[in-house]
Design a protein around this ligand. Structure first.
Ligand SMILES: C[S@@+](CC[C@H](N)C(=O)[O-])C[C@H]1O[C@@H](n2cnc3c(N)ncnc32)[C@H](O)[C@@H]1O
Length: 204
């Protein structure tokens, strides 16, 4: 059976549009088989979109594990003068994210493989509905890699379900030097706010 984090999903393509309704925008997003959130908006992603602090208006932002762009496109719309990097290992997801950005007239997004992000870029803000199902060691490696690239004032907003280890992830983030608070929770989903290792007193 395939996974949503496969590099090239084997499931035959069967595109399906979904509507993402938010207080500040309504978007139509193309989804497909083999990609996270096929035919629906994930409730955790929706919660993050409703609860995340307004992103920095300028600077360099990251959607870590962009999927079809459910977080990427609102992030880019809410920070039109910022540059948003959207990374995913799943090629079908990247194609959909880029197509959805274009269809929704968003031009400040680069959709790339994780390895294609220039090494010297540092992020003012990271949004992620992280791929818990890749397993804890791989998840920790991935988060350690990208959180280390926050600017001193930077922060990350992540959404994780409590049944998928939100509370232990919060502890691990704290212990790894990224002070983390639960900024909201609903229906078992936790929105976690992690500060850059370089700064602990920021209120974004
Ligand atoms: C839970 S989904 C979230 C997708 C999208 N952001 C959303 O909210 O609907 C996590 C995404 O992370 C991607 N992913 C898995 N491993 C990754 C890695 N090492 N680096 C970047 N993305 C990864 C998966 O392919 C998947 O699309």
């Amino acid at each position: 059976m395939g996974h949503y984090f496969d590099e090239q999903p084997g499931a035959p393509s069967m595109p399906r549009d979904v509507e993402l309704r938010l207080p500040d925008m309504t978007l139509t997003l193309a989804t497909d088989r083999g990609v996270f959130g096929y035919g629906q908006i994930d409730a955790g992603s929706k919660l993050l979109l409703l609860k995340a602090p307004a992103p920095p208006p300028r600077g360099i932002l990251l959607d870590l594990g962009c999927g079809v762009g459910t977080l990427t496109i609102p992030l880019a719309r809410r920070a039109p003068d910022a540059t948003v990097w959207a990374v995913d290992v799943n090629g079908r997801a990247r194609d959909l994210c880029a197509a959805n950005a274009a269809a929704n007239k968003v031009t400040n997004v680069h959709v790339v493989l994780p390895d294609e992000v220039p090494d010297d870029l540092r992020f003012d803000c990271i949004w992620s509905n992280p791929p818990i199902r890749i397993g804890k060691p791989a998840l920790h490696d991935m988060l350690a890699l990208w959180l280390a690239r926050l600017t001193p004032d930077g922060y990350a907003v992540m959404v994780v379900h409590k049944h998928l280890g939100a509370d232990s992830l919060q502890r691990w983030l704290d212990e790894s030097g990224y002070p983390t608070t639960r900024s909201s929770s609903s229906s078992g989903y936790r929105v976690l706010l992690s500060r850059s290792a370089g700064r602990v007193d920021l209120d974004p």
